[in-house]
Design a protein around this ligand. Structure first.
Ligand SMILES: [Zn+2]
Ligand SMILES: [Zn+2]
Ligand SMILES: [Zn+2]
Ligand SMILES: [Zn+2]
Length: 326
């Protein structure tokens, strides 16, 4: 049976009018479904574009989405809506033609990103399987709250939110591909409005690294040249990849993992790997010994020896590690 358009639950239908009251077990259910969703769709890099994700879901066929349609007949205030056809077991997602500004550029356009994530939430949380007429208004209201919560957690993971230099709400919202109000609402819900006023710290504009040797000219994590006082949008602590002493000598061999704390030479006796994370740019005469987090030389920006040997993981793994356990 096709659910009539008038009975479809719309994004932000009523969720802002009442204080949110999602129960603990439903909250855990949203988390579970969200993790499965992220895993299934191989979502690894933020910010997200939910229009692209929705198209990918349709292509994969695994969610039963048969149609994504730009519709001219949706009510003016409705950005998008999802519909379930029980007989065919299929979904259709409608996007308001008048409100569709894509790719998103300004805050009001980015609102659609949240709206589409909300509709995806209804599908992933299986809200639309039971017809509207079998539910009370309160139940429909709760489903909208849950879809909002799904969208907020998907687009703005908590760990990601705590990794920003909060210059301003519009700057961070633009980075996240959400509207300014969606970001403020999310910070409020998490009780983390304090993040907005936290001290800004020096960080690499590319990878967000906050660890620098005193005279570093390049970011040791990604090789980006450092401007004086440069402060990126992200701020990320990249941990040591190998244990070193204060003279930047490895205590454990970065390659074979043997303990080399007691050796006298400069190479591991087992595999001949240098005990220093040297710059690989020997041709230009750079022989700087880099710290234990460095994939790139802090003096010339070229890869370090340990990086070239493939001993350190890509910095992007840490950069996008925003959903633990996925
Ligand atoms: Zn809704
Ligand atoms: Zn960097
Ligand atoms: Zn070794
Ligand atoms: Zn170098």
């Amino acid at each position: 049976m096709l659910v009539p358009m008038s009975s479809i639950s719309f994004p932000f239908c009523s969720s802002k009018a009442h204080p949110p009251v999602i129960s603990k077990h439903r909250s855990e259910f949203i988390d579970l479904r969200l993790k499965q969703f992220i895993h299934q769709n191989q979502i690894q890099e933020w910010p997200l574009d939910c229009v692209a994700i929705l198209r990918k879901m349709k292509q994969s066929g695994s969610y039963g989405i048969q149609r994504i349609k730009l519709l001219k007949t949706l009510p003016e205030k409705v950005d998008a809506a999802a519909q379930y056809n029980a007989e065919a077991g299929e979904y259709a997602v409608f996007i308001n033609h008048q409100r569709f500004c894509y790719p998103f550029q300004k805050s009001s356009h980015r609102r659609l990103n949240f709206t589409v994530a909300h509709e995806i939430g209804h599908i992933v949380l299986e809200h639309l399987i039971l017809p509207r007429k079998s539910k009370t208004d309160r139940e429909v209201h709760m489903e909208d709250l849950e879809a909002d919560e799904f969208a907020a957690r998907l687009l703005m993971p908590q760990k990601l939110l705590s990794s920003f230099n909060y210059y301003s709400i519009p700057v961070i919202a633009a980075w996240l591909n959400v509207s300014n109000s969606a970001l403020v609402y999310r910070l409020n819900r998490l009780n983390r409005v304090d993040l907005i006023t936290t001290r800004k710290v020096k960080s690499c504009i590319r990878c967000g690294n906050i660890r620098f040797s005193p005279f570093a000219l390049y970011c040791g994590v990604c090789g980006q040249p450092l401007d004086r006082g440069s402060m990126g949008i992200r701020r990320i602590y990249y941990p040591d990849e190998v244990s070193m002493d204060s003279r930047k000598r490895s205590l454990i061999c970065a390659k074979c993992q043997k303990s080399i704390a007691a050796i006298t030479g400069e190479h591991c006796p087992c595999c001949s790997t240098s005990i220093f994370n040297l710059c690989s740019n020997i041709d230009d005469g750079c022989s700087y010994a880099n710290p234990a987090y460095a994939r790139c030389c802090e003096m010339c920006g070229k890869p370090t020896h340990y990086q070239r040997e493939g001993l350190f993981p890509s910095w992007k793994r840490e950069f996008f590690r925003v959903h633990e356990g996925v």
